[in-house]
Design a protein around this ligand. Structure first.
Ligand SMILES: Nc1ncnc2c1ncn2[C@@H]1O[C@H](COP(=O)(O)OP(=O)(O)O)[C@@H](O)[C@H]1O
Ligand SMILES: [Mg+2]
Length: 214
């Protein structure tokens, strides 16, 4: 599904990741783990085009298509969504409004249909008129996921979905991710905790900006 070859990048002149290469198979859940500051989030941002790829021979292939230099705005059209660790929902909008705004590139009819699909996630339908302020941490994470699912993605790049969640809420999110896998959606999940080890099909570990297979 996804082939990442030799991506290097950083901030300003400071290189943060070096020659990172890996693949994600069809509907595979791959866990990207490693210590704080090892470059996990940077890998996601670089794949998604939020940071430039510094190597001339860098390549990102998604379902046979070369997406190495596609701008972020094109990624969603290809079927890739990125859920950042923070700012992954609209603070001042209700759940319903969040989903409508997330789907704003689609027709009204399509938005309605996509919104109903997203309401298969727990809680969101019942709380559709609440703003994130009135949701629990777990419910907010479901909203972040819901915003992404409005695009019917084939691949989700997900940065620390379980950060700050207790065991119960972690389990709720894990269950939803496993359901998405059944729908043939692939995932690259950044998580420094070992929570996800047993659910992931494969674990990649970052260390000082480089990758080694566990
Ligand atoms: N916006 C930024 N500007 C400058 N340096 C950054 C920025 N974001 C991250 N870094 C640096 O890049 C390194 C890797 O960060 P990051 O990819 O966020 O690590 P991780 O997600 O594994 O904790 C760290 O040394 C961090 O300080
Ligand atoms: Mg990070």
């Amino acid at each position: 599904m996804l082939e990442v070859k030799n991506i290097s990048t950083g901030y300003g002149k400071k290189q943060v990741i070096s020659d990172v290469s890996f693949t994600i198979g069809d509907n595979e859940i791959v866990l990207l783990t490693g210590g704080n500051g090892s470059g996990k989030s940077t890998v996601l941002k670089c794949i998604y085009g939020l940071l430039p790829k510094w190597n001339k021979d860098a390549e990102v292939i998604f379902n046979g298509k070369n997406i190495t230099n596609l701008p972020t705005s094109e990624m969603v059209k290809q079927g890739i969504v990125y859920i950042p660790q923070k700012d992954n929902y609209f603070e001042t909008l209700t759940v319903h409004e969040n989903l409508v705004v997330s789907g704003s590139t689609y027709s009204n009819e399509d938005i309605k249909q996509r919104e109903q699909e997203v309401y298969k996630l727990p809680h969101l339908k019942d709380y559709s008129n609440r703003t994130p302020f009135n949701l629990s941490g777990g419910e907010r994470q479901l909203l972040a996921l819901g915003n992404a699912l409005m695009h019917k993605p084939k691949l989700i790049l997900y940065d620390e979905p379980f950060a700050g969640l207790d065991e119960v809420n972690t389990k709720i999110i894990v269950d939803e991710l496993l359901k998405l896998k059944e729908q043939k959606i692939g995932m690259l999940i950044v998580e420094h905790k070992s929570i996800f080890d047993t659910f992931a099909d494969r674990v990649l570990e970052m260390e000082l900006g480089k990758l080694h297979m566990k």
